[in-house]
Design a protein around this ligand. Structure first.
Ligand code: FPP
Length: 245
């Protein structure tokens, strides 16, 4: 990348930042609220982060909203999360269009309610032309399941190269195609795990673990994490080439 520390250039705008939005439940419990209140406040943090992303040099933002393992949560919490996704898809879509944000959902769709699938398609269609930010929201997502799915579609006679395999990964569930590698992965909530998120795409990601709970996250946290990223040296297994000039 050809950027100085202080001036964000066009090439910098292509950063792919992925976020594991953890800590909604603990944020709510610490205040004596039900867990669902934490998810609602988490949705407000999603809005702040999406608004801040293009200003911070982020071109692709992938958010982990619901993992395939999250189906194991109590039915009431799952239902509340699904309601929240549907509600926000409907209410935020006009704002996304206005702000040049393209929204796509990654993950399995076949286990989602028909009404949610319809809201997803409508939001994806409406935002199709967004160029300022590609917002990818992972719902019913498991990187391992996706890897198995893509592997099962490989030709056993001719194993694919990395690029071809990435394309298989990107299209396994009818998604729009492979995303570029993740540059920076942020996880809030104090845990230091990947939790089956973007295992292939994070091969060379810088990992940033924050103590704050997701509902507390905002523009300042994103900006600080991106600045920290630019201070890292990325070597990709070789010798020194600086991420920032
Ligand atoms: C993890 O916190 C968070 C989730 C499983 C849900 C993420 C959902 C949102 C932020 C809501 C809205 C999203 C969109 C895209 C509108 P946790 O419940 O595991 O927290 P805990 O570790 O404190 O229990």
């Amino acid at each position: 990348m050809t950027i100085s520390h202080h001036r964000i250039s066009v090439s910098d705008a292509a950063l792919h930042v992925a976020v594991i939005m953890d800590g909604n439940g603990r944020w709510a419990s610490a205040r004596g609220y039900p867990r669902v209140a934490g998810h609602k406040e988490g949705a407000a943090a999603v809005r702040r982060t999406v608004e801040a992303a293009p200003k911070t040099g982020v071109g692709t933002l992938t958010l982990y909203a619901f993992s395939s393992d999250n189906w194991k949560r109590p039915a009431r919490e799952v239902a509340a999360l699904m309601r929240l996704f549907r509600k926000h898809l409907a209410s935020e879509t006009p704002k996304l269009v206005e702000n040049g944000v393209r929204l796509t959902i990654i993950g399995r769709r076949d286990r989602l309610a028909q009404s949610l699938q319809a809201s997803i398609s409508a939001a994806e269609d409406a935002t199709r032309r967004g160029k300022r930010l590609h917002l990818r929201v992972a719902i019913d997502y498991s990187a391992r399941d996706l890897l198995v799915q893509a592997a099962s579609r490989c030709d056993p006679q001719a194993l694919p190269d990395r690029e071809t395999f990435a394309a298989l990964l990107g299209s396994a569930y009818g998604d729009v195609g492979p995303a570029r590698d993740v540059d920076l992965l942020i996880r809030t909530g104090g845990e230091h795990r990947l939790s089956d998120f973007l295992l292939w795409e994070c091969a060379y990601a810088e990992l940033c673990f924050l103590e704050c709970m997701w509902p507390e996250f905002g523009e300042v946290h994103l900006r600080e994490a991106v600045e920290w990223f630019h201070g890292r040296q990325r070597r990709y297994g070789g010798l020194v080439t600086a991420a920032a000039g």
